[in-house]
Design a protein around this ligand. Structure first.
Ligand code: NAG
Ligand code: NAG
Ligand code: NAG
Ligand code: NAG
Length: 785
């Protein structure tokens, strides 16, 4: 690392505004809880329909197949195939993008093809004309229908929304996604993703809202309200799908879909809360998870999918499997000797309503045989068909023309406000991990020439990650990391472009590759030679583009070549080195950390991320993201979480909640309903069931820069019957504090914040001393049950 001897003059570069990010009249928080719809009892007309339907028609409703079964070899819709599945199998649902790679559609084309499927389906001889329900994995924007000319807006991934700690961004990005999805004739999205990524090596870390149950709950509920709102009457909304129920984020090996070994208590206290919040927010559908828990495959588990999800948590919506999961009971989990037995187990032991089969009609055939043999009851099928048809009714599919694409919504796709929300989400998520001697923001008085280096600097694919346009992201060949920015149709701003357009007057920005994403040398000798003529290096490193299984790795370290090339740049140049990380999970940095004067973690900020990154580097945006997970220092520490037991060995690189600002925020004056902690003679007491009280802190922005600060309230109980977590987040609030100003932030306290699953597996509060921690402020209490 180069020590900066020149004193850095912080100049007032900020154009950071206080303007409400969002101008949507439905902004999060302005509507009451009652203003949102939720699944509930089945309507009488649906029950009457079921009485008249044939068994094959009912089983067909429970069957979901992949789009490739109805696309011909020419990539076009195969009408004969649709007719076959409609007339002989009464298939009730399809999923996935209706295009082969490289030949995507926009929402208008999409709606047309789905309308054709609907017309064929409605044309067959059946008791009722029941449209199919189409489902898409629109987890960060309507990215499967993002083709031109109607370019649906792609947002930062869930992990960025988490780092923003801003529920409005979760709400707004979901609202826009819902509208763009609906414009394409699709009524259902498989989002939000509410797993708790315990393993940092797991390739699905980025789809989630981070490792904290409370943060995941708040953001999950906000996004469900954005997707769904009043989905029973508002036809700009879609059904959301909370996934993956449950315990998917803690794979034993860190590899996707591996077994999870976890206690019931951990499931209850850490994995359940986000799903419970989603149910409370009215989520219409749920998806089970790929895994087995302690050897028990979730898809056939009465314990998880009936007793926990339905009986205990009260989920009344529709439950779908993940991809091929029933078949997997036979071929992967190996708890069923035949496929038919797999279907019997999943259907008779759980409350699954729909099988994402998805590549054949084996589920339908097996169900028909099982019914004939009396091994699956009609009542069981009717219960599922009721939930399925109620969902179709609720999203408007049973209304006249309710299954058609909406031209008014199509006209709104890709509007400027949507792009602004995506950009704002990127801005608020960027997390400044390190800023030695305030090297950032780059001071234009000193830094006149900036050399940008590295494989993630000059493309949109590494900003956007997997689940973008295609499952494996905008890649031509994901195995070799060849990215294909052509699929963004000139929408978006990569880092080099963002820096060149945002550079202050008199500052010049150039780009040289240096090394590739695998860390292989491309032109390092020239970069080192050229660096002599520059005042600062911005090195953009990161990961391949991936999702799910293809994203599995055996080592959480960044590729050694990237680590070595950063070391070389630090060693052989005399100028400040700023590292920008584009990564879906926290890759271990090794010497990159000490070799960098500053480190900006961008996660996967989406196609406009390059603009946001440039603004932070030049000081036009004050960074306000905070880590939504624990950043490990060592490759062996893949399972570090901040809510670990107190006794755990703990040496992360950065803790959950870490994130620097260009402002200096000082915390003080922690006060309990008017009383200062220092003046307390006896500890105040919180009793279960008693009235709540309020705690406040003051935060002063002791800097010349306006800034946003996320105030986190953690609780801790030093001694209890079950080894306590080191601390646990129970509330947070992101506040804007102008330079020199003080803001008071208030949180509600009650004894229930200390509830956990006790020794007898019921919710417990243990009497004793407790602590509230906000910033560097602490307040001691006693809690009694
Ligand atoms: C369309 O589907 C039918 C029936 O499944 C099949 O026989 C035919 O080959 C398919 N046509 C194309 C162009 O793929
Ligand atoms: C339509 O279905 C009904 C009931 O299964 C059957 O009686 C009738 O023959 C069918 N009509 C045609 C044209 O297939
Ligand atoms: C950095 O420089 C030191 C001292 O010149 C040398 O020992 C070390 O090997 C260099 N490291 C790299 C990665 O070039
Ligand atoms: C605490 O209160 C005092 C007195 O009002 C005030 O001067 C100080 O700035 C406050 N501390 C913080 C961190 O806001």
């Amino acid at each position: 690392m180069i020590s900066i001897t020149k004193s850095i003059l912080l100049v007032s570069l900020f154009a950071y505004t206080t303007t409400a990010i969002l101008n949507d009249q439905h902004a999060y928080g302005t509507l009451n809880y009652e203003d949102y719809d939720r699944p509930g009892p089945i309507d009488q007309d649906i029950l009457d329909m079921i009485q008249q339907m044939s068994i094959p028609e009912k089983i067909g409703q429970m069957t979901q197949i992949n789009q490739d079964l109805v696309l011909g070899t020419d990539g076009k819709l195969n009408r004969t195939a649709v007719e076959n599945y409609a007339q002989n199998y009464y298939v009730g649902s399809y999923l996935n993008q209706l295009a082969s790679d490289g030949d995507n559609y926009d929402s208008k084309d999409y709606a047309k093809i789905i309308e054709e499927i609907q017309e064929i389906t409605l044309g067959v001889n059946s008791t009722f004309k029941i449209p199919i329900i189409y489902g898409l994995d629109h987890i960060h924007g309507a990215h499967y229908v993002a083709n031109k000319p109607l370019l649906a807006t792609i947002f930062p991934h869930g992990i960025n929304i988490a780092a923003s700690f801003n529920p409005e961004l979760a709400y707004e990005s979901a609202s826009i996604t819902a509208r763009d999805t609906r414009a394409a004739g699709v009524q259902w999205t498989f989002a939000p993703v509410l797993d708790i990524p315990v393993s940092k090596q797991w390739p699905r870390v980025y789809e989630n809202f981070g490792e904290d149950p409370h943060l995941s709950s708040i953001l999950g509920a906000a996004s469900i309200r954005g997707y769904q709102g009043k989905y029973k009457s508002d036809r700009t909304k879609v059904a959301a799908c909370m996934k993956h129920f449950i315990a998917y984020g803690a794979p034993w090996s860190g590899q996707d879909r591996d077994s999870t070994v976890v206690s019931d208590r951990t499931i209850q206290d850490y994995f359940v809360p986000g799903f419970q919040a989603a149910i409370d927010a009215g989520v219409a559908t749920a998806m089970e998870s790929y895994i087995d828990i302690n050897g028990e495959p979730v898809v056939a588990s009465n314990k998880y999918l009936q007793k926990l999800l339905r009986d205990k948590m009260g989920f009344e919506g529709m439950l779908v499997t993940d991809w091929q999961e029933i078949e997997n009971l036979h071929i992967k989990h190996r708890v069923a000797a035949t496929h038919k037995e797999a279907v019997r187990m999943a259907i008779s032991d759980t409350s699954i309503d729909m099988s994402m089969v998805p590549q054949d009609v084996i589920f339908f055939d097996s169900m028909m045989e099982l019914v004939k043999e009396g091994r699956v009851s009609i009542d069981r099928i009717d219960a599922s068909v009721a939930r399925l048809l109620q969902l179709k009714k609720d999203v408007g599919l049973l209304e006249t023309d309710g299954w058609k694409g909406n031209k008014e919504l199509q006209a709104m796709v890709g509007n400027e406000n949507d792009i602004k929300v995506s950009l704002d989400a990127a801005r608020e998520s960027l997390t400044l991990l390190k800023n030695h001697e305030n090297v950032l923001p780059l001071n234009p008085e000193i830094i006149k020439r900036v050399l940008v280096v590295g494989p993630t600097a000059n493309n949109l694919a590494h900003l956007s990650g997997g689940w973008t346009i295609d499952w494996q992201g905008p890649t031509q060949d994901h195995w070799h990391g060849k990215i294909d920015d052509g699929q963004f149709y000139e929408k978006g701003i990569h880092i080099v472009k963002g820096m060149q357009s945002s550079a202050p007057e008199g500052v010049h920005v150039e780009y040289m590759t240096g090394f590739d994403i695998d860390g292989l040398d491309e032109n390092m000798a020239q970069v080192i030679e050229a660096a002599k003529d520059f005042d600062a290096l911005v090195v953009c490193v990161g990961e391949h583009v991936y999702s799910e299984l293809p994203g599995n790795i055996h080592d959480i370290k960044l590729p050694q070549g990237q680590i070595d090339h950063v070391a070389q740049l630090a060693n052989k140049t005399e100028i400040p080195l700023i590292t920008v990380l584009l990564e879906g999970r926290p890759r271990v940095l090794e010497t990159i950390h000490d070799n960098s004067d500053a480190i900006l973690l961008a996660y996967l900020p989406g196609p406009w991320g390059g603009q946001a990154i440039a603004e932070v580097l030049f000081g036009q945006t004050n960074p306000s993201g905070k880590l939504p997970y624990t950043y490990p220092k060592y490759a062996g520490d893949v399972n570090l979480n901040y809510w670990r037991p107190v006794s755990d060995v703990w040496d992360p690189l950065y803790e959950f909640g870490h994130g620097l600002s260009y402002s200096t925020f000082d915390y003080g004056n922690i006060t309990l309903a008017g009383k200062n902690n220092l003046q307390q003679e006896t500890l105040p007491s919180l009793s279960a069931g008693s009235d709540q009280t309020e705690i406040s802190v003051q935060i002063t922005n002791n800097s010349p820069f306006d800034g946003k600060e996320t105030v986190l309230m953690f609780v801790h109980q030093p001694f209890r019957v079950i080894t306590p977590p080191a601390k646990l987040l129970k509330a947070f609030k992101k506040v804007f504090i102008p330079a020199g100003q003080t803001e008071t932030v208030r949180f509600t306290l009650n004894a229930e914040l200390f509830q956990y699953t006790g020794i007898d597996d019921t919710l417990t509060i243990d009497d004793g001393p407790i602590k509230i921690m906000i910033g560097d402020q602490e307040f001691d209490f006693n809690v009694t049950k």
